[in-house]
Write a protein that binds this ligand. Structure first.
Ligand SMILES: C=C(OP(=O)(O)O)C(=O)O
Length: 361
């Protein structure tokens, strides 16, 4: 994102494998008069974007699909000039599906403040990743944006953003892999992670409650957290609608500890970096574990005889596959294919593992 935003003359924008970048940049560029081609990796070209494009078109953006209808690459042809708002102008209202990706909603909200009369979104369906919408609104407000969360309706009112200081929180999604390590480590192990906040805007802080059931307790420190082992639950059900990026971490730990977990809210996993359900099912099977769909949308993790004995884990161009399976090295040697995938969200991951005492070759 930083690379693309700091290249104002560019006519082609390659978001690589970052869906967030693709969606946010589409909305951002669509609201300018720029002509640009937005593209990404082969997988990015399979990740849907029609909901966002349709909404932006209704706001006056001219966007064409370069290849397949509904998917990147996108050709942006500039936006029709919009007249200044008058007192009588009503806030435009768009109906947007909330059950595919919260990134479309965040993207629209952030540009909504730049529209003459703002923007109201009416969200339909089972809204997923709701904490990301809340985080977007909170950050917009932090930077002077005027916006409101009314549940199924979210609003961005017109007005400029203001530069202001902001300290970026440490990443609870990345922390989830350290929770996994504490869960799988020998008795008495603990880990301290700086920078994580008790009052966080991130939905993936849900890892605290989930891992409590898998034997990891969290102590909040002045700066960060200490993770320690505790007794674990025998079996539980967990809905990942608000925190889909934690699903892989939890599935792997539950399988390794042989704690049966019934997982739901996984609908969005099929359109992430890879089809994460398929990837998990395939790779867990090599360890004697299963992710089985019991009823519509409910998957049970189970394992009879979980063994780590030199398996090779394919990562499917997905950083979270690599990082979710890596903690299994605490139970035996294993090979992670294409380890450089971690560069997407946690480039120092392997170096940090070495620092913690793992033998990484
Ligand atoms: C947000 C993520 O990916 P993307 O931006 O590609 O959807 C992620 O995996 O955490």
């Amino acid at each position: 994102m930083q690379r693309l935003l700091t290249n104002p003359a560019a006519a082609e924008f390659d978001a690589e494998d970052a869906g967030t970048v693709m969606r946010f940049l589409t909305a951002y560029l669509a609201m300018t008069d720029r002509r640009a081609l937005l593209t990404g990796t082969a997988r990015m070209q399979q990740r849907p974007i029609a909901i966002l494009v349709d909404a932006l078109r209704q706001l006056g953006a001219s966007i064409a699909y370069e290849r397949e209808e509904g998917y990147p690459p996108l050709r942006l042809q500039g936006r029709q000039a919009i007249p200044e708002a008058t007192e009588a102008d009503e806030m435009p209202e768009l109906t947007v599906r909330g059950d595919i990706s919260s990134q479309y909603i965040s993207a629209l909200l952030m540009v909504g403040t730049t529209l003459p009369a703002g923007l109201r979104l009416r969200l339909t369906g089972k809204v997923g990743s709701r904490p990301y919408i809340r985080m977007t609104l909170a950050l917009m407000q932090h930077f002077g944006g005027n916006c409101r969360d009314l549940g199924t309706v979210v609003e961005a009112r017109p007005g400029p953003y203001q530069p202001t200081d902001y300290t970026i929180e440490s990443d609870w999604s990345a922390a989830s892999y350290w929770y996994a390590m504490v869960a799988l480590a020998p008795a008495g192990s603990w880990v301290q992670l700086p920078g994580l906040r008790r009052y966080s805007w991130q939905g993936d802080q849900a890892i605290v409650g989930i891992m409590e059931k898998l034997g990891v307790t969290t102590e909040y420190l002045t700066d960060g957290v200490r993770l320690m082992q505790t007794a674990r639950t025998e079996a539980f059900a967990q809905d990942f609608t608000d925190c889909p990026d934690l699903a892989q971490t939890v599935a792997v730990v539950a399988a390794a500890l042989q704690v049966p977990v019934l997982m739901s809210g996984l609908e969005s996993l099929r359109i992430k970096e890879t089809d994460r359900i398929f990837a998990l099912q395939t790779e867990l099977a090599n360890f004697g574990a299963f992710l089985t769909e019991e009823s519509d949308g409910h998957f049970r993790v189970s394992a009879d005889n979980f063994q780590v004995s030199g398996q090779t884990v394919a990562t499917y161009h997905d950083h979270r596959m690599a990082m979710a399976f890596a903690p299994l090295a605490l139970r035996g040697p294993l090979t992670i294919e294409a380890p450089q995938v971690v560069r997407k969200s946690y480039p120092q991951f392997w170096a940090e593992l070495e620092k913690a005492g793992f033998d990484v070759q």
